[in-house]
Design a protein around this ligand. Sequence first.
Ligand SMILES: [Fe+2]
Length: 483
Amino acid sequence: MTAADRTLSWNRAMLASPGDLDLQVPNAEIEGVIPPELYAGRLLSNGPGWTQIGGRTVHPFDGHGYLRAFSFSEKGVALKARFVRTASYEIEAAAGSVKVRGLATDLPGGMLPNLRAKGGRRNVANTTVLQWQERLLVGWEGGSPHALDPQSLETLGPETFKGLVDGEASLAHMRLDPSSGHLVLVGMSQSRKTTVRFRELDSEDHVVFSRQDELPEMIFAHDFAMTPLHYILGGNPMRLNLGKLAKSFAGLGPFFDAINIDHSKPGVLYLSPRDPKAALRVVSLPGPATVIHFGNAHCTETATIVDACLFGRFDFGGEFGYRGPDQELDPSLPDARPPQRLFRITIPHDSDQATWRQLGPYAVDFPRFNPAHEGQRTPWLFGAARRDTQHGDPFDSVLSVDLRSQETVTQIWTAPEQVFVGEPVFVPGASPETGHLLVMLSDAMNEQSRLAIFDAARVEAGPIAQVPLPLLPVAFHGDWASS
Ligand SMILES: [Fe+2]
């Protein structure tokens, strides 16, 4: 594939905007056979579905949330897709242009329009999705999640959990504790230091546990992990460019331009005990590390084990090849930084000095596992990967790592040329070591997406079924919701 073809394919895949959809793919059009185990639930997927707005390309982080729900039956596969109708979406849908400033997106026209911008803080609810009992939640970095009607996907509005998180910046990633069914939310507020709040909610929105920690510096966090003993955050110290920050306040640049990771500081994990009387632990990593996504974590008799995708050096800017509102996305931009690698981190219970080992040679992100094993030992970890071991996203492969072995045993399947690979969502099978992976493939040169279904134990064998779909925009995160 030429670089020009790759750029064209990536732009089509990222900027696709088919709008609301209700369609059925009959079995006759499906390659292979849908496993009947999938009839018992549905795949939910969220990501930016309207990124080219009024002739301007916003940063994909600021594209409007677009929720897709795939359900499976003897008849085939049904897809329902709806925009998340946030306040920002409604304003911009009415105007047909960018009207709300975003984390990484300014309005056209310089200082005055940006200072007068409508809508307050842009919350486009485009990052995560989680079905929690009867509720369907879509998450966003820096604001409340939104609630959707689980059946119609109609937007119900910001979910504040009865006022608990109203106006509070929260991590886009939420997790469920499978042992209790509780939802775990992480809220943050920052100045020179970071105040982080962990809350566990029951289905009535009662806070059954909460904990607040003061971290010694300003950090960037997007995801967290947990064990029965701890919540775990990446240290990711932030450095502010005060000149660019002043420009942003003056309406002359997005806030995103003013932040970066402080590379002068060592890699750290914060372990916040789930025992309210125990003190925060600050764990030193063997080298510099920025954590965007965690896999799973668990405890042994002697240590806490954490699997995470680590960047040795992470600089903000150029995500998804974004270069600005008037330029096409350049998928080679992420190649300029060292890619994210999957590591297993071991933290002895009696020491705050961790060790680590890299799990395989590939760049890996979007780590997933059996959600029933959250916080416990799990046999497999899955992720999106790149066959070319020197580079990371955009990804072209599905990877599995067998965690039962002391050796690193991986299986990798690489999509055909020009096809991009999304996050692999795990669907639990009948026994703890079986299941399926659901992976969205973007075949934009053929104006098509495909939902690929893998036997999770045999990733290398390739998809056992593929469902042809209209070209859907590249999603960020998904979830399997059992019915
Ligand atoms: Fe994420």
